[in-house]
Design a protein around this ligand. Structure first.
Ligand code: NAP
Length: 276
């Protein structure tokens, strides 16, 4: 093993060797999994990581071309879904459950991040952020409830920043704070359900700032630096996904423990993907 190979992360090693989960003993063999927000970033990486561990995969989001290509690679099913269209959520959840004969795991990573100074956020923008980031997962959970297996695991992505919003992301932060309360209500009223809130930190290889106004972003970044909120360290999406898949496997293997909240932070000094 040379120095470069020794420095590899497990996810890089899997990509290099093409070693499948079968050869290592698969953690999620046959587990029926719906990943919403799987057309890019952490959701897509979760779909790939779970497939490598033997899960059966259904992916959902709005960009059909990406979803179909991913589903084809993973021998899974693609479902076009805007999570702010609550009638469509019901249909997709029912279709996935009927195809699989039930659902064991849901991972929700869909997100919208409107960038604007708080005084410029209009009512429609507030409403859309809440519709996608907070009400979306609540409706998914409601519609999935009749189809969930007894040991089902629900993972919903949140953020480190709840409670200390950065400048320019007020609608995102407020909706994530609401999401956290909604997940707490689910745990209170359905204590047998494994509802895991994963507070994600700054992560590379995602499209979370897709479409952002670069000038505004530069201006906001200066403000984040002044406030000590700029992030220079990043986790890799594949590693975040590997961690999420391990959490799901751990929850299924240890039924007397419910993991409620997990915070994922970047490991300092890890090179960004573009620097490798
Ligand atoms: N990346 C980071 O640095 C970071 C930091 C903290 C927290 N997080 C959290 O991590 C999670 C995943 O984010 P990411 O970084 O992977 O972002 P991403 O690459 O932008 O992925 C977001 C996903 O959401 C989907 N989506 C957006 N609007 C949707 C809608 N109306 N209906 C259905 N799907 C929709 C997108 O697909 P379509 O456009 O095809 O619908 C995409 O698949 C989010 O909850 C985010 O808050 C990320």
């Amino acid at each position: 093993m040379d120095a470069d190979t020794r420095a590899e992360t497990p996810s890089q090693q899997r990509r290099r060797t093409g070693q499948s989960g079968t050869e290592r003993g698969r953690q999620l063999d046959g587990v029926r999994m719906l990943i919403i927000g799987a057309s890019s970033g952490i959701g897509e990486a979760c779909a790939r990581a779970a497939h490598a561990e033997g899960a059966r995969i259904a992916v959902a989001a709005r960009r059909v071309d990406r979803l179909e290509a991913l589903a084809h690679q993973l021998n899974g099913a693609a479902h076009v879904l805007d999570v702010a269209d609550y009638a469509a959520v019901k249909t997709v959840v029912r279709d996935v459950a009927e195809n699989f004969g039930g659902i064991d795991v849901i991972v929700f990573t869909s997100v919208v991040v409107p960038l604007a100074h708080v005084e410029h956020v209009d009512a429609a923008t507030w409403a859309h952020a809440f519709a996608v980031n907070a009400i979306g997962p609540a409706v998914v959970l409601r519609d999935a409830l009749p189809f969930l297996s007894r040991d089902a695991v629900i993972v919903v992505a949140s953020t480190h920043d709840v409670g200390r919003p950065r400048a320019g992301v007020s609608a995102y932060n407020a909706s994530k704070a609401a999401l956290d309360e909604i997940l707490t209500s689910w745990r209170t009223e359905h204590p047998h359900l494994r509802v895991v809130r994963v507070a994600v930190g700054p992560t590379d290889d995602t499209e979370i700032l897709r479409g952002a106004d670069r000038d505004l972003l530069d201006e906001l970044f200066e403000r984040w630096e002044i406030n000590g909120q700029a992030s220079f360290e990043m986790s890799r999406a594949a590693d975040v996904a590997g961690t999420i898949v391990s959490l799901i496997a751990a929850a299924r293997a240890n039924p007397s423990v419910i993991t409620e909240v997990v915070k994922l932070a970047p490991c300092p000094g890890t090179p960004h993907t573009s620097e490798q």
